[in-house]
Design a protein. Structure first.
Length: 719
């Protein structure tokens, strides 16, 4: 059909590929939309095109987004393009649309008309309440772990009755899941995962209802298709049936949420299931300069299982990508802040500068440098380092040991991790303290002794604190925090948490913070030093967070940065083990997803891009020597400007191999000796570098790869 393009305002500024996607005549389509290629515009213009040409009415299409913000933006754009009322249109998130469906068909869904939705915290509370009624030990079955499994089963479309246990532990979790289903049904509540699963089941099991919606929604449009899960794809297929058209927009190179259930394979399945022959590729980028895009293209081209595209722009080549090799993580942070100050002096707002990192724990050193330079900043999608719950928990143990009158510290940790101390016990303790006019610790210390071996109750907590206090007597602050993390049960608690890896990293980073503080402290008195450290953490966390309308430097993880863009971007910690993350090495397709993360990070930058790495980084209170991220080698040299030639650069850039210096320094272990490290586990000696007090050992760990460690500080033992 010949289209009078100039007569339709919302078509006029589309490029050729966007125009092709928006005006498709018939059939399902997959639009491969690269970063910054205008995918939201294409999706909304497609909806407007269908309605404008009376191919479908506003009530005859269903559009799915992944955030409420994106849904609102889509509706705003459509109303700007067409004079229609969007009130009755089905545009929203998977959860929002399923909630709407279940409200309309609550009888078919076996739900009360006024059913309530549990948010994540409400769901966790419900699981805890259920486990108490079932007398399930929370130490063996942490509620967050149970919650993680229940949601995982639901996202796979599995009910408790069809899951086969593979050991006694999984059998108990399935039993809890079954009771949880009964409890929710009895109370008339649903969690987020239940919304989609219940909606899918109602449609699947009610042919007449399914037929009604298949007849109604002739066009299904899905945004961010690369982030859909297996169940979400099944839901789409069910509604589409044999004759409806699916218009999916996504980018397989930006699929970075497998830990949330996202399945990048859905894109290829869509092509096969809906017989899509030609994928429309949106490759013109409207965000970044060509040097940045060429780097991103070069990195992502190393992924094998991708649909393939090549971003380009007519915005010019731009500046070369700047790379800085720091000697230490402190040097890296100081370099970044110096550059930020210079950029700000040249007229760039702080809010147009973003500092990205792979792991939350990396922010601590950067935050300290920012605070020291009085720069306003905001942690996007997260908390500042000393405001994070796990850090505050560990510090609360230290505060209580330092000052037994600190009631707030005691209340924070007396039942965290859970040790069977309920609200009634706490109320009784508080009443006792008030009656005797003593601190909560003194009241707790006067409680009857626990004669059983159970690790529960107030007497057990008192003995735990006393034991920790005895163990850390005479130790450094860093060593004390290390023991607190272990003895308190914090590490074990977070090992069972689905988000535990980040939290454990933050606890280990707190040890590093203590080492750094001690190195800079001029106080010899250990008690005063501890007080000063606690004051320092309070002052750091007490720095005012920038208000929403204040110009502020942006800090965030790479995951949080997806969908955002900035004039200048710093990607930090570009070392193997951090980016790509060491965990990815042992996961199927883990390295490919890490590479997609790097691709997302690079394509956030519009004008300037900085890549920074450090030769040494303090980890768990010990200096670790690193090798550059393999992703740096994937960027063509002509795109990069090296800003420095750091000392010991030769050590950093040499290939991984058995390395022995030529000096006569004696070494404690021969090459090939098996060693154990308290954090990295078992490994084998592969080389040495340096001499005497500067001696570094290279160890290949079975689960953490190759590490350079300072031998003087590494707690290595032969096995």
């Amino acid at each position: 059909m010949q289209i009078a393009r100039h007569q339709i305002s919302f078509l006029q500024d589309l490029n050729e590929k966007q125009f092709e996607a928006v005006t498709l005549d018939s059939g399902s389509a997959l639009v491969l939309a690269g970063a910054g290629s205008g995918k939201t515009r294409v999706l909304t213009s497609r909806i407007s095109w269908l309605i404008h040409n009376q191919i479908v009415g506003p009530g005859g299409l269903l559009a799915v987004t992944f955030t409420n913000k994106a849904a609102r933006e889509m509706i705003t754009r459509i109303t700007a393009q067409l004079p229609i009322n969007t009130r009755g249109m089905w545009i929203g998130t998977f959860h929002g649309l399923c909630n709407r469906f279940l409200r309309l068909h609550h009888i078919d869904a076996n739900l009360p008309e006024t059913f309530q939705i549990l948010d994540s915290q409400d769901q966790l509370s419900a699981i805890k309440r259920l486990m108490r009624s079932m007398n399930v030990d929370e130490d063996n079955f942490p509620p967050r772990e149970v919650q993680y499994h229940i949601n995982g089963y639901k996202e796979e479309g599995l009910r408790s009755k069809v899951i086969k246990p593979y050991d006694n532990h999984s059998k108990k979790i399935i039993e809890i899941y079954a009771e949880y289903e009964k409890q929710c049904q009895k109370e008339g509540v649903v969690d987020f995962a239940e919304l989609l699963l219940r909606c899918y089941e109602v449609l699947r099991d009610n042919p007449q209802l399914l037929h009604h919606y298949q007849e109604r929604f002739s066009h299904l449009l899905i945004d961010e298709f690369q982030d859909t899960s297996e169940l979400q794809y099944k839901w789409i297929k069910l509604l589409a049936g044999d004759k409806n058209q699916v218009f999916a927009v996504g980018d397989d190179d930006q699929s970075i949420y497998s830990f949330r259930g996202a399945r990048v394979g859905n894109m290829k399945d869509l092509q096969k299931d809906f017989k899509i022959k030609d994928v429309i590729k949106l490759e013109q980028n409207y965000r970044s300069k060509n040097n940045i895009l060429n780097a991103a293209n070069a990195i992502i081209s190393n992924n094998e299982d991708r649909l393939g595209k090549n971003l380009w722009t007519d915005l010019g080549h731009g500046d070369p990508i700047r790379q800085y090799v720091a000697i230490s993580d402190l040097d890296e942070a100081n370099f970044i802040i110096d550059e930020v100050k210079q950029l700000h002096r040249s007229g760039l707002n702080y809010s147009q500068i973003a500092i990205l990192y792979r792991s939350n724990a990396q922010s601590r050193v950067i935050e300290h440098a920012i605070v020291s330079n009085n720069i306003p900043y905001r942690v996007y999608g997260g908390l500042r380092f000393f405001e994070r719950a796990e850090v505050k928990h560990a510090l609360a143990y230290l505060r209580l040991i330092s000052n037994k009158s600190d009631d707030n510290a005691l209340l924070r940790i007396i039942n965290f991790p859970a040790r069977g101390i309920g609200s009634k016990s706490l109320e009784k303790l508080q009443d006792e303290a008030k009656l005797k006019n003593v601190s909560l610790w003194e009241a707790a210390n006067a409680s009857p002794q626990n004669t059983s071996n159970l690790k529960k109750g107030i007497p057990y907590f008192v003995e735990l604190i006393k034991t920790i206090e005895d163990e850390i007597h005479g130790l450094t602050i860093a060593e004390s925090i290390d023991i607190i993390n272990e003895r308190s049960g914090l590490l074990q608690h977070y090992q069972n948490d689905k988000d535990g890896l980040d939290r454990i990293s933050n606890l280990q980073e707190l040890v590093s913070a203590a080492v750094t503080f001690a190195d800079s402290s001029e106080i010899d008195n250990a008690s005063l030093n501890l007080v000063e450290f606690l004051n320092y953490t309070s002052l750091e966390s007490g720095e005012l967070q920038a208000s929403s309308d204040q110009d502020a430097l942006q800090l965030m993880t790479i995951h949080s940065a997806k969908g955002l863009e900035f004039e200048t971007v710093f990607i930090t910690g570009l070392e193997d083990g951090l980016c790509p993350h060491e965990q990815s090495m042992s996961e199927p397709n883990g390295l490919e997803e890490e590479r997609r993360l790097m691709y997302v990070a690079v394509t956030r930058a519009k004008i300037k891009l900085y890549l920074t790495l450090s030769q040494s980084r303090m980890l768990h209170g010990q200096t670790q020597y690193n090798i550059p991220s393999r992703f740096l080698d994937e960027i063509p040299e002509e795109l990069v400007k090296a800003l420095n030639t750091a000392k010991r650069q030769d050590v950093l850039t040499q290939p991984i191999r058995n390395f022995m210096p030529t000096s006569n320094t004696s070494y404690p272990w021969k090459i090939g000796t098996n060693l154990n490290h308290p954090k990295f586990g078992n490994g084998v000696v592969t080389g040495y570098e340096g001499e005497q007090h500067d001696l570094r050992i290279q160890v290949k760990f079975s689960s953490h790869g190759i590490k350079w460690l300072a031998l003087e500080y590494a707690k290595l033992t032969e096995i």
